[in-house]
Design a protein around this ligand. Structure first.
Ligand SMILES: [Zn+2]
Ligand SMILES: [Zn+2]
Length: 251
């Protein structure tokens, strides 16, 4: 698998891009920075988008992507997520008020986007990838994923506060190469992190104790743009890597 870091942050500022990872050029994990990073010839190659949850920093580029793709592809892009997230996109985004309903444009039979819901916790096929979804701890239904293809496996936590289920699933994976793990707020904002379902370096350190790591690379993302430097200082003593824009991994 080839992994490209389009957006490793939990928001946007110059030098920071909202959560988005490109797998093998064709599967996007979240959609926080697709149109803001990919040129058109690469954007049209994205067949599937897998969303962890409905929050704005993760779906931000969906409407702009739909607009750019009209008439550019032979088949719809499929947007996969849990039932709650898909319902939110239908009701609040592609609702012909905030943005046109691109699940019926140019035609209902052959639209730009197809929305496909799964039950949080289900194992589903997303393009060529096997995806196990795991409900995590967040104010809206949010999923972490274990994604496998061609003998390689990668996991992403989604936005989450402390969790047991996700670690239990990861500890049962035979060979996990890469874990994308959220860390959002500095330690001084512990209370905010707790109520909003996020990690600080302190809770992250406690969570890592639950992880049977076996050589897996742990890559941090979803740093809130206003705290990037502070967060980097606070995780310096931990065996993790803080992701930067445009980094690429192959495994
Ligand atoms: Zn987020
Ligand atoms: Zn969120």
């Amino acid at each position: 698998m080839k992994l490209k870091v389009l957006g490793p942050h939990g928001g946007e500022l110059p030098g920071c891009r909202s959560t988005c990872f490109l797998v093998d050029g064709r599967l996007s994990l979240d959609a926080g920075s697709l149109t803001s990073t990919l040129p058109l010839d690469e954007l049209v190659k994205v067949d599937d988008i897998l969303l962890t949850h409905s929050h704005f920093d993760h779906v931000k580029d969906l409407p702009l992507m739909a607009d750019v793709l009209v008439g550019r592809r032979d088949k719809p892009v499929t947007v996969h997520s849990n039932t709650e997230c898909i319902a939110t996109l239908k009701k609040n985004l592609f609702n012909n008020v905030l943005w046109p309903d691109f699940t019926a444009i140019p035609t209902r039979r052959d639209p730009v986007f197809k929305l496909k819901a799964f039950k949080a916790g289900a194992t589903v096929k997303v393009g060529a990838y096997q995806v196990k979804s795991v409900p995590v701890t967040h104010p809206v239904e949010s999923c972490g994923f274990v994604i496998s293809h061609g003998g390689s496996t990668l996991a992403i936590s989604g936005d989450t506060g402390p969790t047991e289920r996700f670690w239990k699933v990861l500890n049962g994976v035979k060979e996990l190469e890469v874990l994308l793990l959220e860390c959002s707020f500095p330690n001084e904002l512990q209370e905010l992190a707790d109520i909003s379902g996020h990690f600080t370096p302190r809770t992250l350190e406690q969570e890592l104790e639950k992880f049977d790591r076996r050589g897996c690379e742990v890559l941090l993302y979803h740093l809130k743009p206003a705290f990037v430097e502070q967060l980097k200082r606070e995780v310096r003593h931990l065996p993790v890597h803080v992701l930067e824009l445009d980094e690429e991994y192959e495994f």
